[in-house]
Ligand binder design. Structure first.
Ligand code: FAD
Ligand code: PHB
Length: 390
């Protein structure tokens, strides 16, 4: 088998890359370890930056996104029992974020690739990349019990943090930077009307909480927990009780609406970057190259920014044979990656409970007071949150 771009992974990065390349007449094959049902149901991100929405819209993926996505103009920071609104739009010249589940983006992308005759193979096994330093790199895999080899011009490693592409690069070629946090998030989806129109990020003495949503009927709520928390220790009653405690306001005006919980999961928080994001003809994009803690709502958006750049480099390569954009891919991506790393680390540091560190808690409150009272500080949060220009 032969294609121009072999893509490992059908998450947002791999699927969007395949779609962008198709629009430019470049052929690709996507190889995905999981089933289609699995990737379409996997519950993850929910916040799209305006730049992400614009890119999806401009490339024909905006129909359902604009029908079902919820446009937000602000977020709330809640601490010491009081809410403070950050007016994202007023602080950024009218920019917004859109609430639209990552799995909805994935469904739209798969539908578009299917409509356009795209080649996505689900449930492939034994994926292995080779010949990365040649101009004919290959991907070996097993599909439906048969071995195959895909010969490519370029390979895109879009296989997430636990994929095989990054570990296929010889030891010593990459530098890794990482930070793990002494906590994770317990996330739920529940059938209930949102208690607030906007997202609420809470710094509470018992730990961080986040109130988000997916639709006027479905809420997405998170609680800071142990990094290896056993989700079975959290009955629905315990989850609601803890959410009530952490989200409560001193004036008692806030009322959290409960409803049946239909999804529960724990995710660890981590920061991770690998440099460079390229080895020969293998280009890493999205979570395969970097992870951010979810507090900044950036992971999906960063994956989109990567593949946009990668597709531009590939268009140049296949169009004119020039490779200066591709050679600059890693450097250009990493500038945004590190900005987003800092923002996500900062939001995480400001909002979570760090054990019994009372000094840190005092610093957090001071910083939150500053961010919610100084236009300069609030603007820093707002312009990073809505996303810096692509
Ligand atoms: P992935 O989505 O991980 O896709 C990689 C794909 O590769 C997967 O389908 C996987 O099955 C496949 N794969 C792996 N190994 C192989 C292999 N060997 N062969 C073939 N295929 C393979 N981001 C935001 O922007 N905003 C948010 O609000 C947000 N909230 C989050 C909340 C939670 C609880 C979590 C966990 C994450 C959140 N993120 C958020 C992060 C976001 O979900 C990720 O950054 C995003 O999924 C990255 O996309 P990706 O395509 O790079 O990787
Ligand atoms: C979500 O809705 O899943 C969500 C929102 C904001 C975040 C992280 C996750 O920072």
């Amino acid at each position: 088998m032969r294609t121009q771009v072999g893509i490992v992974g059908a998450g947002p990065a791999g699927l969007l890359l395949s779609h962008l390349l198709h629009l430019e007449g470049i052929r690709s094959v996507v190889l995905e370890a999981r089933s289609r049902e699995y990737v379409e149901q996997r519950v993850r991100a929910g916040v799209l930056e305006q730049g992400t929405v614009e890119l999806l819209t401009d490339t024909g993926l905006g129909d359902r996104l604009h029908r079902e996505g919820l446009v937000h103009h602000g977020v709330e920071l809640r601490f010491e029992g009081e809410g403070h609104r950050i007016d994202l739009s007023a602080l950024t010249g009218g920019r917004t974020i859109t609430i639209y589940g990552q799995q909805e983006v994935v469904k739209d992308l798969i539908a578009a690739r299917e409509r356009d005759g795209g080649d996505i193979r689900f449930e492939v096994e034994d994926v292995a990349v080779d010949g990365l330093k040649t101009d004919r790199p290959t991907i070996a895999f097993t599909h439906d019990g048969e071995h195959g080899t895909l010969e490519c011009d370029v390979i895109a490693g879009c296989d997430g943090f636990h994929g095989i592409c990054r570990p296929s690069i010889p030891a010593g070629e990459l530098t890794e930077y990482d930070r793990t946090y002494p906590f994770g998030w317990l996330g739920i989806l529940a059938r209930a009307a949102p208690s607030s129109d906007e997202l609420i990020y809470v710094n509470h003495p018992r730990g961080f909480a986040l109130s988000s949503l997916r639709s006027p009927e479905i809420v997405r709520l998170y609680l800071q927990c142990e990094p290896d928390e056993d989700v079975d220790r959290w009955s629905d009653e315990r989850i609601w009780e803890e959410l009530h405690t952490r989200l409560a306001t001193t004036d008692g005006d806030y009322e959290l609406t409960e409803g049946p919980i239909f999804e529960k999961g724990v995710a660890a928080l981590r920061s991770f970057v690998v440099e460079p994001m390229q080895y020969g003809r293998l280009f890493l994009a999205g979570d395969a190259a970097h992870i951010v803690p979810a507090t900044g709502a950036k992971g999906l958006n960063l994956a989109v920014a990567d593949v946009r750049r990668l597709s531009e480099g590939l268009v140049q390569l296949f169009g004119s044979g020039r490779s200066d954009l591709l050679e600059d891919y890693s450097r250009a991506c990493l500038r945004r990656v590190w900005r987003v790393q800092h923002f996500s680390w900062w939001m995480t540091s400001m909002l979570h409970r760090f054990g019994d560190d009372r000094y840190q808690h005092k610093l957090q409150i001071s910083e939150l007071e500053y961010v919610t009272s100084s236009t300069a500080a609030a603007t820093t949060l707002a312009e990073n949150y809505v996303g810096l220009p692509l």
